[in-house]
Design a protein around this ligand. Structure first.
Ligand code: GLY
Ligand code: MN
Ligand code: MN
Length: 440
């Protein structure tokens, strides 16, 4: 898709954001909305900033992700105005005013002095302010919970523009993953794999939607493994990479797992891949995502049984809490402007909560699926010391084949994660499609 047609989709997207905001402001008694892009915090006792991460509410309106201190002002019935921060600063290069067709849909106003901003909303009536930082004068409510709740609930359903941005983010991620796999096969260290990933998707680390997880061997058992070893291990057994990319502020979130050679672990990856594809096919309209999560436990429980790790069926393993020993996290989450997009456990616009199933405290998404909702599907099987120790001391001990555990523990774990769009029918798998485009 050309930039021009993406910009056309942006116009429709902006109209949807306006319509949703009009309804939300009316329901909560506000006349206008001011959204602050935010600014990076300064490090303690230093004059250096932390990396800047734009307020997701701001980038929902405009694809400006790299210029702190901007503000967006919206009054129903009028064009959104963006106060575009351009300070007189000889230490830094001020951002240049965005150009391109999308900018026709908004009014861009250069702003040299952010302290003057409040005059722009002084006459707008009751003003709601949404942002992370210091609040400028003249607003009636800051991060109003009832308003945020409505905006968050609506955001789960992505517009065609947002889905197209996520296709691009998936393409970038797929490129990074391809380069990372080649580096692993060539014997690179975790750190080198990470650097190859960044180069292949042409993103700086701070532009990624989350910190890459690049884990060899036992490190793959750490769900959010955060280190990058500078030397490759003597023996490479396994490789797990969880890495995404961003396009116009929208994220991809992709995980792949590999075995260095054939054997039971490689067989388990193949079974996991088939299981993951089955779960992706469950991303259907009017489906309760909690059911997808419980289905994952049954399917993975059967996979564990098939490779000899456990001694009962998937269904029984779920009932007994046995699957959670090896699969302790949720099957996935909402994805979009944030890697864990907001609103995952909401039941309605007013902020009602849809409960997690008992015994599944880490599930981040409990909503009903509907067309436009983008989720991840990320089953995993891991060999985590603390969970294995607890299982060894608990009632499920005899249901686990501990010789298989000992055989597989040095491989750490497996996760396979795709990003999937709920449609009116067959789900769209953004990740598999991106890898296919790359292969073609
Ligand atoms: N990369 C974080 C997650 O998969 O949820
Ligand atoms: Mn994820
Ligand atoms: Mn992930």
């Amino acid at each position: 898709m050309t930039v021009d047609s993406l910009d056309q989709l942006y116009e429709e997207h902006l109209q949807t954001v306006k319509d949703r905001t009009d309804r939300s402001l009316a329901a909560t008694g506000f006349d206008a909305l001011v959204i602050q892009a935010g600014s990076p915090p300064v490090q303690f006792l230093d004059d250096q900033d932390y990396p800047y991460k734009v307020n997701p509410h701001f980038k929902a309106w405009v694809p400006i992700v790299d210029n702190p201190r901007c503000l967006l002002i919206y009054q129903p019935g009028s064009r959104p105005r963006v106060l575009f921060h351009q300070p007189d600063d000889f230490w830094h290069k001020p951002a240049t005013l965005p150009r391109g067709r999308w900018t026709d849909a908004v009014e861009l106003i250069p702003m040299t002095d952010a302290t003057m901003a409040p005059i722009h909303w002084a006459e707008l009536g009751r003003v709601a302010f949404v942002g992370p930082g210091h609040v400028d004068a003249g607003v009636d409510s800051i991060n109003n919970p009832a308003l945020l709740s409505r905006l968050h609930y609506d955001r789960a359903v992505k517009t065609p523009y947002e889905i197209e941005c996520m296709r691009h983010a998936s393409d970038l991620g797929a490129r990074g993953h391809q380069a990372a796999l080649a580096a692993f096969r060539a014997g690179a260290s975790e750190y080198e794999v990470h650097m190859r990933y960044l180069a292949a998707c042409a993103q700086r680390e701070e532009e990624l939607p989350y910190n890459n997880i690049v884990a060899y061997n036992e490190n793959a058992a750490v769900l959010h493994y955060q280190h990058l070893e500078r030397r490759a291990p003597h023996t490479m057994r396994s490789f797990l990479i969880d890495a995404g990319a961003q396009y116009r502020g929208y994220a991809s979130d992709i995980t792949r797992s590999y075995a260095a050679g054939p054997g039971r672990f490689a067989d388990l990856i193949a079974i996991m891949n088939a299981s993951q594809l089955r779960l992706c096919s469950e991303i259907l309209p009017a489906k309760d995502y909690r059911e997808v999560h419980l289905s994952a436990h049954r399917i993975l429980g059967d996979a564990m049984h098939d490779i000899g790790l456990t001694r009962v069926s998937g269904n029984e393993a779920l009932e007994r809490g046995l699957t959670s020993v090896f699969f302790p996290h949720g099957i996935g989450h909402l994805l979009g402007l944030q890697v864990h997009d907001v609103g995952g456990i909401m039941g309605d616009l007013e902020g009602g909560v849809r409960k997690r199933p008992d015994g599944h405290p880490y599930l981040r998404l409990t909503r009903m699926l509907e067309p436009g909702v983008v989720v991840t599907v990320e089953p995993g099987i891991y060999f985590i010391d603390s969970l294995l120790k607890a299982a060894h001391e608990g009632p499920n001990k005899s249901l686990i084949d501990w010789t298989i555990v000992d055989e597989l523990r040095p491989f750490g774990g497996i996760r396979i994660e795709d990003n999937v769009v709920t449609t009116g029918g067959t789900p769209e798998n953004l990740t598999r499609d991106a890898f296919s485009r790359l292969a073609a």
